[in-house]
Ligand binder design. Structure first.
Ligand SMILES: Cc1cc2nc3c(=O)[nH]c(=O)nc-3n(C[C@H](O)[C@H](O)[C@H](O)COP(=O)(O)OP(=O)(O)OC[C@H]3O[C@@H](n4cnc5c(N)ncnc54)[C@H](O)[C@@H]3O)c2cc1C
Length: 457
């Protein structure tokens, strides 16, 4: 039987699968990639003697993270004990220009992080069908009435709560934390070890090192697959969709209910940095949502962090609907000018000049990606669906021997990508695992076929 494999997408899942198959003697592989570059949601660009990451930023965790092991083996990572990522920390300030007391802020954030940990390890008694936002809210309501809560004004406490929720919206890549199930926290596993690990010279180095292991002509850039059809008279045709046949109901339900939202990054380059190298960043606690004459999307920016290896650059993270609205602004410089006004409002006592260069990611408008990464929505949890059904292959009964009338289920279409990984969805290592899983499925199938062929003799 011809071991011919077509892979759609040159993201980390597709490339890992290709590398593993190639290593196992599959020589007839073709990768179709719609974009004019490889990497998918890993997108490193050169900038000012260094790099910027428009997509994936860090490797998350060490133990049980196959991508970390691969990167370490190939000497691609920075020493995580001295060079690790930073996000959502630094100076907390309000839209009235007040700098907040970090001890108080940390207490509140520690409390909310504790709630998050308790959701994750199932130690919080709660209705499992409540949204994540509701659980945070209910517990925060109780907390602010206790002695444990720092003596801050109640409105300010809720503003801080809203900052935390926006941070979670970004972390979960969703539109609204009210749509997110507790499963997002209980099913998702963190790999132990340091959580925000930097690549020495950017994420692209991982992609390049994978691609170096198989022939270059395997990858066809600017080749968008429009439809997959099965040439089998028994299959019902479904000509309106990407799949030219009827998908199993379970798969359709999962595809329809899994959440997939957008997050974006806004990089601002300042000729003269207005911060000190000891700072970590500036977090925006909005206390009023009106009379700012600013577009609505700015309220979904959690703040700006310093950027490793880029002393003149700050990065802003934006999620929710704001991440989509921001993409509709005609150009990045206009986005930068609006962020400049926001920074001046939050930090009136600092001398801030207009950023001279602005670079933004636009994941929602990328027609082959349409967002950032998957989450486990409340609707998905309510339907009690099993993610394994998403990665089950479409099989086709095929005669495996011309000498005898023997048939076998042939895995015709396989499903990979970050969303299909049960515990590590949303991450690059989840995507990598999915590529390995599907490659292994094919390897095992052909191994079995060889045994059957031999036993027939
Ligand atoms: C802003 C942002 C920050 C992130 N931060 C992190 C992080 O810090 N750490 C982490 O672990 N993860 C992070 N992620 C998530 C991570 O990038 C993804 O989970 C992972 O890269 C997904 O890999 P994939 O191979 O499953 O999919 P993709 O990378 O999306 O690859 C799929 C490929 O298929 C192509 N394609 C789609 N349709 C077609 C078609 N019809 N024909 C041909 N080609 C097609 C696409 O162009 C794409 O190249 C982040 C993502 C974003 C967007």
């Amino acid at each position: 039987m011809n071991k011919c494999v077509a892979i759609i997408g040159a993201g980390i899942a597709g490339l890992t699968a290709a590398q593993k198959l190639y290593e196992n003697g599959f020589n007839d592989i073709t990768i179709y990639e719609a974009l004019d570059r490889i990497g998918g949601r890993i997108h490193t660009i050169p900038f000012d003697n260094g790099v910027l990451e428009l997509g994936a930023q860090w490797l998350h965790g060490q133990h049980g993270n196959p991508l970390y092991h691969l990167a370490k083996e190939r000497d691609l990572i920075s020493n995580p004990n001295i060079d690790f990522g930073i996000e959502g920390t630094g100076i907390f300030c309000t839209d009235s220009g007040d700098l907040l007391n970090n001890t108080d802020i940390n207490k509140v954030i520690e409390f909310l992080n504790r709630i998050k940990d308790q959701i994750s390890d199932h130690s919080l008694e709660t209705n499992q069908l409540m949204s994540a936002q509701q659980v945070f809210r209910d517990n925060f309501e109780k907390y602010i009435k206790t002695q444990e809560c720092p003596p801050l004004d109640t409105d300010l406490l809720w503003s801080l709560f809203n900052w935390y929720i926006k941070f979670e919206v970004i972390d979960n890549s969703c539109n609204d934390l009210n749509d997110i199930s507790l499963l997002s926290y209980t099913q998702y596993d963190e790999c132990d070890g340091i959580d925000l690990i930097n690549l020495k010279n950017g994420y692209k180095t991982i992609i390049d090192s994978l691609v170096n292991e198989f022939p270059k002509n395997v990858i066809n850039l600017r080749h968008c697959v429009k439809r997959i059809e099965i040439c089998n008279k028994n299959n019902k045709q479904n000509m309106d969709t990407f799949f030219g046949f009827i998908l199993p109901k379970n798969k359709i339900n999962i595809i329809k209910t899994l959440g997939f939202g957008t997050i974006n990054k806004i990089y601002l380059y300042f000729d003269k940095p207005f911060w000190s190298s000891d700072d970590n960043g500036f977090q925006f606690v909005w206390t009023k949502h009106s009379n700012h004459s600013l577009p609505d999307w700015v309220y979904d920016i959690t703040g700006f962090d310093l950027v490793r290896g880029q002393p003149n650059v700050l990065v802003g993270w934006i999620g929710g609907n704001g991440a989509i609205q921001m993409e509709k602004v005609p150009n990045c410089q206009m986005i930068g000018d609006i962020c400049f006004r926001v920074l001046k409002q939050f930090l009136p006592n600092m001398t801030i000049e207009r950023p001279s260069k602005v670079i933004c990611s636009k994941w929602w408008s990328n027609e082959y990606v349409c967002g950032a990464y998957s989450n486990r929505s409340l609707n998905y949890q309510k339907l009690n669906l099993d993610i394994e059904s998403l990665s089950e292959p479409i099989v086709c009964e095929t005669k495996y021997s011309n000498l005898s009338n023997r048939y076998i289920d042939y895995p015709l279409i396989l499903f990979g990508g970050e969303a299909t990984d049960r515990q590590f969805y949303s991450t690059t290592h989840g995507a990598m695992r999915s590529g390995l899983r599907e490659a292994q499925r094919l390897i095992e199938f052909y191994n079995k076929l060889n045994v059957l062929d031999i036993s027939k003799l």
